[in-house]
Design a binder for this molecule. Structure first.
Ligand code: NI
Length: 138
């Protein structure tokens, strides 16, 4: 049976600030740039959730993408959209909400909810048109 990879794209808007309180203002600004803005700032995040599996013989589908959409929205988007990622999201509390950290959090939110025979393969999270991160669960 062939193994296939299917992807659902979702989108959310959220604010964050990248700031290490142990560092000086100068160092924070040097490392994090605009993401260190003291009054937070927003991004339009694009999220790609890629899962893998074998197509079911009765449907030809690895997974119903409507079902994947609902899982992503319930487990991730409803928590993140229009929120402050430093303050408002229980599963990001106490972390530096970089796209790296958020991608790992999204992976951990989604894996327990996928149907049998379907595995999460990759989380891709775009923060700007030029910057994105990929996470394979390693
Ligand atoms: Ni930022």
């Amino acid at each position: 049976m062939p193994l296939l990879y299917i992807t659902r794209k979702e989108h959310f808007n959220a604010a964050h600030q990248l700031w290490n309180p142990l560092w000086s203002d100068e160092k924070n600004l040097a490392i994090f740039g605009k993401c260190a803005n003291p009054h937070f700032h927003g991004h339009n995040f694009d999220l790609y959730v890629c899962v893998k599996g074998q197509p079911h013989p009765e449907t030809g589908l690895v997974m119903d993408l409507k079902q994947l959409k609902l899982i992503i929205r319930k487990q991730v988007i409803d928590d993140l959209d229009h929120q402050n990622l430093n303050l408002d999201v229980a599963w990001l509390k106490g972390t530096m909400p970089s796209i790296e950290t958020i991608a790992v959090g999204i992976w951990n939110r989604l894996t327990p909810h996928l149907p049998e025979g379907v595995q999460l393969h990759k989380i891709t999270l775009w923060e700007t048109p030029n910057n994105f991160v990929e996470y394979f669960g390693e």
